[in-house]
Design a binder for this molecule. Structure first.
Ligand SMILES: [Zn+2]
Length: 272
């Protein structure tokens, strides 16, 4: 069965709700990706990862993928042009409204599947905010980190996926070959020696900065050795990792409640 929400009929989606299907909401960005990749890179890759993962998961757990929420948090990319953003408040409202719609239709297990670094902290905050008040289990993931070890082992010139880099360029060469400018990839390397200082201060503290602080051409990484084969391997590793997350019963299991009788002796316990 087709895993894309927008391709299904309403009665098919009602049936999926009755089957307690997992709903994947891909979240991404429209943002500059250097001189050689289109601004939809995170949106296109997020769609590819989510739909491949859902097809793999479907055999053991019904799964459906909503359209990609392409409007993301990319203020740090604005200096390079081409970037469309929403505010944190809007981003939060969009996800709250979509999740509420899903719950009204009877879905309870919801995976926010992210493909853009700038969304990570916000999506976790949304899960923190909504989980106690809504009748749903909300899990958030970013495929690059969920696929961690496999991703690192597939990269040649980088430790993991960065931005418009060896990894993203390879994956886009696989899924949108006509939209990748491959004419001079070797000239685009921009590893950004200060990359680690991009969003940090001191030893372990945080500071926001624009992306232009670490790159002149909008790239972080080295697309020189990007290949179609590497792109396919990365997409498979990423979607394998997300599919495993979807089909792992522990992902959706109710939290433990270990309080039991141990609270009996706690002096501040509210005794009725
Ligand atoms: Zn990207």
């Amino acid at each position: 069965m087709d895993v894309e929400w927008q391709n299904l009929k309403a009665q098919e989606l009602r049936t999926l709700a009755e089957q307690n299907a997992v709903v994947v909401i891909p979240i991404a960005s429209i943002e500059q990706h250097g001189p050689h990749l289109p601004v939809m890179t995170d949106t296109r890759l997020g769609h590819e990862i989510a739909t491949r993962a859902a097809r793999k998961a479907q055999a053991s757990r019904p799964t459906v993928v909503t359209p990609v929420v392409w409007m993301g948090l990319s203020e740090h990319h604005m200096p390079f042009g081409g970037t469309l953003i929403v505010s944190h408040a809007t981003f939060r409202a969009i996800l709250r409204d979509l999740i509420t719609s899903l719950i009204r239709h009877g879905f309870h297990d919801i995976l926010i599947s992210n493909s853009h670094g700038g969304n990570i902290i916000a999506m976790q905050q949304i899960a923190d905010e909504l989980s106690p008040e809504l009748d749903a289990t909300i899990v958030t993931t970013t495929y690059v980190t969920e696929g961690g070890e496999a991703f690192a082992s597939l990269m040649q010139d980088q430790a993991n996926v960065m931005h418009a880099c060896e990894g993203e360029t390879s994956m886009m060469m696989r899924v949108e070959p006509d939209l990748v400018d491959k004419s001079d990839l070797a000239s685009l390397k921009s590893m950004g020696e200060d990359g680690k200082k991009f969003l940090s201060a001191g030893h372990a503290s945080y500071r926001w900065r624009p992306f232009a602080h670490v790159t002149g051409n909008g790239i972080a990484g080295d697309p020189t050795n990007a290949t179609v084969e590497k792109g396919e391997a990365l997409l498979e590793a990423g979607s394998d990792a997300v599919a495993a997350l979807i089909t792992d019963a522990e992902t959706w299991a109710a939290p433990q409640d270990m309080r039991g009788d141990a609270l009996a002796g706690v002096a501040f316990r509210d005794r009725k």
